[in-house]
Design a protein around this ligand. Structure first.
Ligand SMILES: Cc1cc2nc3c(=O)[nH]c(=O)nc-3n(C[C@H](O)[C@H](O)[C@H](O)COP(=O)(O)OP(=O)(O)OC[C@H]3O[C@@H](n4cnc5c(N)ncnc54)[C@H](O)[C@@H]3O)c2cc1C
Length: 408
C-alpha cells in the first residue's frame, strides 16, 4: 500500500524544551511547523533545575507566561557545600545583565505545559509517533518516515528538519554523526523523595550540591509540593559500590551522608530510584544541508551546573531564527552563526565542568578568601550567561579559573 505523504516547512523531532522553544519561534515567524514525538506526555525526563538564561529563550518563544501560571518552585541561586564549607550564589548578585531567577521543575509537568501551549498556538504535535528513517536530497529537502503506535507509517516531506530528540539522538544515529565524548563515563542514581523535614528559610528550597568526594557529588532540588529530587553522581564503580537494588543502594547513600540522612533518612521515595549511565555525548557536526541538531541531540557534558535545558532552549531558539531567515531567502552562515555560537557557550561550561572534577573550581568555591567581583562573574556563568565576552570567566574561561585557583 502507498504510504501517506504530508508536506511541511519545518519538521521538529521531539517535544522536549528544545523542540517546543524552536516551534514557538518558528510559529512567531509564520513558518508552518509540525512536531513528531515518540512518547505521550506527560513523560518522565531528568533535568529539573533551570538556569536564568533559559527565561530569555522561553520568553522569545512566547512560552514564559504559560509556565509562570504553574506555581513551580522559584529558584534564586545555587548553593555548594562540602564537609566543612559552603558557597552560596545569589543570582541577584551577577556581573552580566539578565534574569536573576528561574524555576526548579518536575520535567514531566514543565515539558507538558510547553507542549500544550505550543499546540494551543497552532503547532500540531503527533504523539506516539517515532521517526524511523530520514533521507535528505541534494537540495536539503528531507523525507522522514514515521511510525505511529498502530505500526502505521507515513512520510513527511520538509524543507528543514530540527532534530530535538534529546537522548534519542535520531539524526546523529541515522546520519552517523555520533562522536564519542571525551568525558569519562559517569552514572547517576536518583529519585524524588517526600520532604517533610525541610529546613526553614532559603536552605529549604535552594538547589544544593553536596561534594562527597572531589568526583562524587549529590544534588538536592526541592519542588513546590514538598517533594525533592535527590541524585548522586560519580563513576559507576563508586556509585554502585553498595549491594542491593536501586532503592536499597540510594537508601544506603542517604544514610552515609549526614546532610541527606538528617533530612531524608525516614522519608519515602515517590518512585523507584532510576539510574542513568554514560550520558555524556558529542557529535561531529551540528548542522548540514536541510537539518540542524539542537539540545541534547548535540553535545551533553555533565549535569553538575544544570546547563542542559538552557542549551536545549538556546539552540532551539537560535536554530528556529536562522531557519526562518533561510526560508525567507536570506543567506545563513550556519557554521559561524549557529555552530560557533553554540560551541562557544558549551566550551565555557566544559572548562567549568573539567575544573569542577579536577578540584580547582571546588577550591575557588570554598575559599575563605572570596573576591567579590570574581564571584559575581562566576555567578553569571552559573546563571547561563556564557556569551557575555566582557566577563573574563566567559572570554578566557579556562585561563581565568586556573589563574584564580593558583593564587588561593
Ligand atoms: C543525571 C542528569 C541530571 C540532569 N540534570 C539537569 C538539570 O538539573 N538541569 C538541566 O537543565 N539539565 C539537566 N540534565 C540535562 C537534561 O536532561 C537535558 O539536557 C534536557 O532534557 C535536554 O532537552 P531536549 O529538549 O534536548 O531533549 P529531551 O527533553 O530529552 O526531549 C527529547 C524528546 O524527543 C523524543 N524522541 C526521542 N527519540 C525520538 C524519535 N525517534 N522520534 C520522535 N521523538 C523522539 C523523546 O521522547 C523526548 O520527549 C541532566 C541530565 C542528566 C543525565
Amino acid at each position: 500500500m502507498e504510504k501517506q505523504t504530508e508536506e511541511i516547512d519545518v519538521l521538529i523531532i521531539g517535544a522536549g524544551p528544545s523542540g517546543t522553544v524552536a516551534a514557538g519561534v518558528l510559529n512567531k515567524n509564520n513558518i508552518s511547523t509540525k512536531i513528531v514525538e515518540k512518547q505521550t506526555f506527560p513523560r518522565f525526563v531528568i533535568g529539573e533545575s533551570l538556569l536564568p538564561r533559559c527565561m530569555d529563550n522561553l520568553e522569545k518563544a512566547g512560552l514564559l507566561d504559560a509556565v509562570k501560571k504553574q506555581g513551580f518552585q522559584e529558584k534564586f541561586g545555587a548553593k555548594f557545600v562540602d564537609h566543612n564549607n559552603s558557597c552560596d550564589f545569589d543570582f541577584s548578585e551577577q556581573y552580566s545583565k539578565g534574569w536573576n531567577w528561574t524555576w526548579q521543575v518536575k520535567r514531566d509537568q514543565f515539558d507538558h505545559v510547553l507542549a500544550k501551549e505550543i499546540e494551543r498556538k497552532g503547532v500540531p504535535i503527533d504523539y506516539k509517533t517515532e521517526v524511523i528513517a530520514v533521507e535528505i536530497d541534494d537540495n536539503g529537502i528531507s523525507t522522514t518516515t514515521v511510525k505511529n503506535e498502530d505500526g502505521n507509517q507515513k512520510h513527511i516531506v520538509a524543507k528543514h528538519i530540527i532534530d530535538a530528540s534529546g537522548y534519542g539522538r535520531v539524526l546523529p544515529r541515522l546520519l552517523q554523526l555520533d562522536k564519542p565524548s571525551d568525558f569519562p563515563v559517569r552514572t547517576s542514581l536518583f529519585s524524588h523523595i517526600e520532604d517533610n523535614n525541610r529546613p526553614e528559610g532559603i536552605d529549604g528550597n535552594r538547589i544544593t550540591i553536596i561534594v562527597y568526594k572531589q568526583d562524587i557529588w549529590i544534588w538536592i532540588i526541592p519542588f513546590s509540593d514538598n517533594v525533592t529530587s535527590v541524585g548522586i553522581v560519580g563513576s559507576p564503580e563508586d556509585i554502585n559500590r553498595f549491594e542491593g537494588d536501586a532503592s536499597e543502594q540510594l537508601k544506603k547513600w542517604i544514610s552515609e551522608i549526614p546532610q541527606l540522612s538528617d533530612r531524608f533518612g525516614n522519608m519515602n521515595f515517590v518512585f523507584e530510584p532510576k539510574q542513568i549511565t554514560g550520558y555524556s555525548a558529542a557529535v561531529s557536526k551540528l548542522h548540514g544541508n536541510g537539518f540542524t541538531l539542537t539540545g541534547n541531540s548535540t553535545e551533553f557534558l555533565d549535569p553538575v551546573f544544570s546547563s542542559g535545558v538552557t542549551f536545549a532552549t538556546e539552540s532551539g531558539a537560535l536554530a528556529a531564527d536562522l531557519i526562518s531567515r533561510k526560508l525567507k531567502g536570506e543567506n545563513v552562515d550556519w557554521e559561524k552563526e549557529y555552530a560557533e555560537y553554540i560551541i562557544r557557550g558549551v566550551d565555557v561550561f566544559r572548562s567549568f565542568v573539567l575544573s569542577w572534577y579536577d578540584g580547582s573550581l571546588q577550591k575557588i568555591f570554598f575559599t575563605p578568601k572570596e573576591n567579590e567581583l570574581m564571584k559575581k562573574q562566576i555567578c553569571s556563568v552559573l546563571a547561563g550567561y556564557v556569551w557575555d565576552l566582557s566577563n573574563p570567566f566567559v572570554k578566557q574561561h579556562s585561563r581565568a579559573i586556573k589563574a584564580l585557583a593558583n593564587v588561593l
